[in-house]
Design a protein. Structure first.
Length: 155
């Protein structure tokens, strides 16, 4: 895809801070994210997933957002034109505890958090109760494409 106004790198990067790199089917995840972005008439620019600890995400939350609490993901949006780009800090500690709390496999909760950040970059909001319902429906749909269909069918 070419955008005349911007020179856009199209890649998804996975990094860690103070945690072990999660075992991810990276090619499958990349195709999944690109397919979900296309549902919102978006293309992937440069996405960076940074897997970290609760302490790292708390520091990021305090320093950049002036929030003093733990969370599962913080998304910084650098999107231009129709290309989604951003840094997504994901607390592996919170993902792990939420997986136990909601009795879902760790990987499924990690995928939910990852796509939550991507959906934010695509313009899906969750600042009100009604919008949160839409976000959860969007996450559920995206997860069904990854977990149930295995991306066998193009979106």
């Amino acid at each position: 895809m070419k955008d005349d106004k911007f020179n856009v790198n199209q890649k998804i990067i996975h990094n860690v801070i103070d945690v072990k790199m999660p075992a991810l089917p990276k090619r499958r995840i990349t195709k999944w994210i690109k397919n979900i972005a296309s549902l919102y008439q978006k293309a992937v620019g440069e996405l960076s997933f940074i897997y970290c600890t609760d302490e790292v995400i708390l520091k990021v939350n305090r320093e950049y957002l002036s929030h003093n609490y733990y969370t599962d993901i913080i998304t910084f949006d650098y999107s231009k034109s129709r290309y989604i780009s951003g840094d997504m800090f994901i607390s592996m500690d919170t993902v792990r505890s939420n997986a136990k709390k909601f009795t879902v496999p760790f990987e499924n909760e990690l995928y939910r958090v990852m796509i939550h950040g991507v959906l934010h970059l695509c313009g899906v909001d969750d600042t009100t109760e009604d919008l949160r319902k839409i976000m959860v429906q969007s996450e559920d749909y995206a997860l069904s494409l990854l977990l149930n269909t295995g991306l066998e069918h193009e979106i």
